[in-house]
Each structure stands twice: as C-alpha cells, then as structure tokens.
Design a binder for this molecule. Structure first.
Ligand code: LLP
Length: 424
C-alpha cells in the first residue's frame, strides 16, 4: 500500500496535492512519501520479528540523504557499494556497525574508509579482494569482519539484467571454491569470517529461487562450522519484488518471505541480515511529469512528456512496466491507447507502449508510479538535460530534498583547456 491516492479528484502525495508540487517546484520531479517509506520498512522488519535480524536498506535503490535519514530513524542499517554510498549512509546517521559493504570492485581506499567507520562486515566477492582487504586491514592494525558472497547458482527467474545468482554472473564466489576461500581467511591474520552472504537477483516474484538458495546456504553454514569457522550471521541479500504491473503475477508479501526464511533457517542459531532496496523505496516514490504535446502518428498516438529516459531509465533498460496515471482523476470511463514517450533523441525513450489510458491533453500532469527505487539514482544528464529535483512529503508538508540542477551548474562541470580558450 502506498500513500498516493485520489482525494476530491486530485492525486495526492499523503495530504499534499501533486498539482501543488508541480506548480511550485516544476516538472519533472520525483516525489517520495515518508509514510510509505516508513510503512514499508516497518512491514518488512515485522516479517522477521522475533529473529535476530538487521534490515540494511540497499542504498543503491535511493540514496537521497533525506530518504536515508527517514529510514535511519526507523532503525534501518545500510547496504553500500561505494565510498559515496558509505559516506551518505554515515552522513544520514546510520551507525557503522549497521553498515555492510557489498560489490565486486571495492578499492583499497574504500576498504580503508569502511574499516575506519567500523562497519559490520565486508561482503567479499573474490579471492583477490580478500588478499587486498587483508593487506589494508594489516596496515591499519585492524581485523576486517568478512562474509563471503557465495554464488549459489540458482535461476532467480527475473530479468536477465538484474539476475545475479547464476554461475555465469560476475557476482559471488563459485560454490566449488567456497571451502578453499574460507580456509584462506583462516590463514590471514587480519581477516575474520563472521558470516556468509548471497544475493541472487532483484525483482523476484516467486519465493522458490530464494528458498533453493537459502537451503544451499544452510548446508554450507553447517559445514563451515564443523571446519571451525565461527559463522554468526547470514546475509540473505535483497531482491523481493514489488507490484509494478497489475496484470502480472503479484509478488509475495514480506510476511510470506519472512515465514519461509524462518522455516528454512530454524534452529541454525544465526542472526540474519537483509538488504531490501526496491521493496522499501519503489512504491514510495513517483515521477511527476507534464504532457507537452500530443502527436498523431500513422497508426498510434504519442503522448510526449517532459520526463525522459535520462530521468527514469528503467523502461528503456529493462523494458520495465511503470503505471502511469493522470493527476486529475478521470471523470468518465472513456479510454484510449497511447505511447508515453520522452523528448530524448532515442527510440528507446518510451515509458509505455500502447498503454490504455484516459485521454490526456497537453499541459496535463501525469504520475509515473513505482519510481522511488532505481529512479533518481540512475538518472543522467543525457541530451544535456539537468538532473530533476526530488521532493519528500510528510503529512501536509513537503520539502525539496534535492533542487533542480541549473543549466549553469551542469555546464560548469566542463572545462575548456587553455589552448582552446586562448585568443588567436
Ligand atoms: N544487495 C545487493 C548485493 C544488490 O546487488 C542489490 C541490488 C540489493 C541488495 C537490493 O536489491 P532489491 O531489494 O532492490 O531488489 N537497477 C535495477 C535493479 C538493480 C539491482 C542491483 N542490486 C532495476 O531498476 O530494476
């Protein structure tokens, strides 16, 4: 459930009309709902009540400091994959001991900063990274807590570009090598194996692949313990899907996911870490945009929006479905089919093809739904389009939590070398 509902014919973000935000901040603009973020975090956490569980929000899904602070206050930890994300998490008040560091290419500088911050664990993805981390920790006189990200070789049955747990993916350490890697950790003085980690993919709509992977890990943990490794926690990663397309299969509820985890891991005496991103932030945000023009093609009508693939790239990158609804509630049931497109000069700049919608006119506001995760964070300035602003609503108030980038700011990132600026 989210807090974007119609009231008196107007789509609201909690108690703030989206039309007001459009008038005052302009479009396109990302709008997030505090109540929805908090609700999703609570519902997800409650699914693991009674277990020793730490919910680390995957910062990559939405890294705005205000969003992170909202979640930090609700008790969230963070899953980070770069120095930038680590710095954001710390700046938002998430304590180091609630931060896990994932990712296949951590630099030594990133390792140093994370050790300095006293993070809970490094999710290590290769033997080479292990050696580097041991070296850095040694130089600092520290012991780095590590979990090995294992690749359980299961098919997550999600979009190819967001599947991570198959042997052909770059992620994790192959099942057959895991034993040797843990043995090596034992040899290295500055590392301590504290857990096991996995993440098999994103937007999973079925619990079966999770179950299969978790069962494999359960066996692994038992085995590692018999070999003397003090495995204290299992990091189960993120990946729980959210409803984007009402005509597609409904993803499992967090409670069902929690029940499955409980069942598989019962009696193991292990704490768990979870890294949800999309589940928390996805439906807590939308991209508010204005229709610029209607264009009649030969056999279809195009609704041209002021938002584009550079602002929200999911449809172009993953053929992702996003609901698109008018801000002014439709008065009658008449519908048409239209292609919702952006102004960028690429054929893939399409938010929806042949989508059934109420008829719209130039100037109408529309909301592209489920854009709170992997929306603003993946935006670019392609076509020299400045980054769009982000707004956080709470009850009947709202704040701009990232202003619209000005053209001057965008252009000032470039430099003209002296040999070009000299008068000739
Ligand atoms: N943990 C790790 C190690 C991850 O790689 C990811 C996502 C997550 C947690 C969070 O997964 P979630 O709960 O959000 O599914 N840009 C793509 C999604 C890429 C996901 C990458 N990793 C999209 O827009 O669909």
């Amino acid at each position: 459930m989210d807090h974007f509902q119609y009231q008196n014919g107007q789509l609201m973000a909690e108690n703030v009309p989206l039309s007001q935000i459009a008038a005052e901040v302009g479009t396109p603009v990302y709008v997030y709902s505090t109540a929805t973020l908090e609700r999703h975090f609570r519902v997800f956490s409650e699914a693991f009540e009674g277990l020793d569980a730490l919910v680390c929000f995957a910062v990559k899904a939405n890294s705005n400091l205000a969003v992170l602070k909202t979640l930090a206050r609700a008790g969230a930890g963070a899953d980070v994959v770069s120095l930038g994300e680590l710095t954001r998490a710390l700046r938002a008040g998430i304590p180091g001991d609630k931060i896990v560091f994932s990712g296949v290419g951590k630099t030594r500088g990133e390792m140093r900063a994370a050790l300095e911050a006293g993070i809970k664990q490094f999710n290590v993805e290769s033997e080479a990274e292990l050696e580097a981390l041991s070296h850095v920790a040694g130089q600092m006189g520290r012991i780095a807590p590590v979990s090995v990200r294992v690749n359980p070789d299961v098919d997550a049955k999600t979009h190819e570009k967001i599947s991570t747990g198959k042997s052909e993916n770059k992620f994790g350490i192959a099942w057959q090598k895991v034993d040797a890697v843990y043995a090596r950790i034992m040899e290295l003085e500055n590392l301590e194996a504290v857990g096991v980690d996995l993440h098999i993919g994103s937007q999973l709509t079925d619990l079966a692949p999770f179950r299969e992977a978790f069962e494999r890990v359960l066996t692994l943990v038992k085995d590692l313990r018999t070999k003397g490794h003090n495995i204290q926690h299992i990091d189960l990663g993120g990946g729980l899907g959210i409803p984007y397309d009402p005509s597609a299969a409904t993803p499992p509820q967090p409670s069902a996911y929690g029940a499955m985890v409980r069942e598989v891991l019962q009696g193991l005496d292990c704490s768990i870490i979870l890294e949800p991103g999309r589940m928390i932030a996805g439906n807590a945000g939308l991209l508010l945009t204005k229709m610029l023009y209607e264009k009649q093609g030969e056999n279809r009508v195009f609704y041209i929006l002021d938002a584009a693939m550079n602002d929200l790239s999911r449809p172009a990158m993953y053929d992702a479905y996003h609901g698109i609804v008018p801000v002014k509630e439709a008065q009658d049931s008449e519908t048409v089919k239209a292609d919702f497109v952006g102004p960028v000069c690429e054929s893939s700049d399409v938010f929806a093809k042949q989508r059934e919608t109420t008829p719209l006119e130039a100037g109408d506001l529309v909301a592209i739904k489920s854009a709170g995760a992997y929306g603003a964070v993946m935006a670019s300035t392609y076509n020299s389009r400045p980054l769009v602003p982000e707004v956080l609503v709470s009850g009947n108030k709202y704040a701009v939590i990232r202003p619209r980038q000005s053209l001057e700011e965008l252009l000032s990132l470039d430099d003209i070398p002296s040999w070009l600026s000299e008068e000739d």
